[in-house]
Design a binder for this molecule. Sequence first.
Ligand code: NAD
Ligand code: G3P
Length: 334
Amino acid sequence: MSGQRVAVLGAGSWGTTFAKILADGGADVAVWARRPELAREIRESKRNSDYLPGINLPRSLWASSRLDEVLEGREQVYVSVPSQSLRENLAAVRALLPDDAVVVSLMKGVEKGTRFRMSEVLEQELGVGPERIAVASGPNLALEIAREQPTAAVIASENHDTATRVALVATNPYFRSFVNTDVIGTEFGGVLKNLIAVAIGIVDGVGYGENTKASIITRGLAEMTDFAVAFGAQADTLRGLAGLGDLIATCGSSLSRNNTAGRLLGQGYSFSEVIKQMNQTAEGLSSVAPVLELALERGVEMPIVSQVAEVLAGTLAPRDIAPHLTTDPMPQGE
Ligand SMILES: NC(=O)c1ccc[n+]([C@@H]2O[C@H](COP(=O)([O-])OP(=O)(O)OC[C@H]3O[C@@H](n4cnc5c(N)ncnc54)[C@H](O)[C@@H]3O)[C@@H](O)[C@H]2O)c1
Ligand SMILES: O=P(O)(O)OC[C@H](O)CO
């Protein structure tokens, strides 16, 4: 669907890549960058050299650090800032959001303290009903997509028409969007795979091999599914692009920041040293605590995520992380 007027808020690796996806699908795209110098680089040089080195952005892409300029007249607004900064960023957006604009979360985190999903924060802060909210998720490593490698994603909205409208715009020759109405499953899939990817990074850093990783990925998917279903998700969603698909991509790639953070922990760096070394967002590190609080609330056991939390806290040595997932000596059903 060409010619749609859309905005992307956030010019990190994913916001910029998604802006390229939309522009390559024929949309008229304006990007909001927090820093004026980054907006200028995108607008004038068609580059984002810090986040997407070597990538030429579409000539049609326009960018500004002024929200009013970016949001004016936009029919769809895609949001891609670090999850823990979403609420503070939305304060300025509400008054500028065009009536009837659909808002799409590209983020994969849970808010610390409140434990809300990103679509819930969007609803609360923008005063927009769920029929105008969508979320995008799936196996979407930004740099691969920026290089135009064929990729699929899923767009979820409680309103099927909204999901379809967004998916028609977020589709181009190298990027295909599927749709569903399971917002909870799609969002939690993206959050939880980050935590399993941290676990995979940890065992990789320790030097464990493929058996350990396959055991953690497989049991991780079971853990993700139990958690998401307890909150109302469809189990099928977790077997799809937003669950298994994203788990495979994130656990298998050194491009993943969550995987990288885990690897550093496995190599013996402390949590604070890892934070210092990461110059991009590793959402999993902030989502561990709220996810475990939510799990406790619903009585869901999350042995892998709990072990990740212990490694982060320095109370479990990385080499002691184990995929057997239970302290009960009796054999458990899979
Ligand atoms: N990069 C990917 O491959 C990818 C893919 C799918 C989803 N995501 C999700 O997209 C979201 C954004 O991640 P990213 O990869 O673009 O991160 P990033 O670290 O590449 O970029 C984050 C951007 O947000 C800006 N920023 C930092 N703090 C901010 C604040 N307080 N207010 C406003 N802007 C701020 C940074 O300057 C940067 O431009 C995350 O939730 C992530 O899980 C990322
Ligand atoms: O780099 P990560 O670990 O944030 O993962 C990026 C995407 O979520 C992969 O789908």
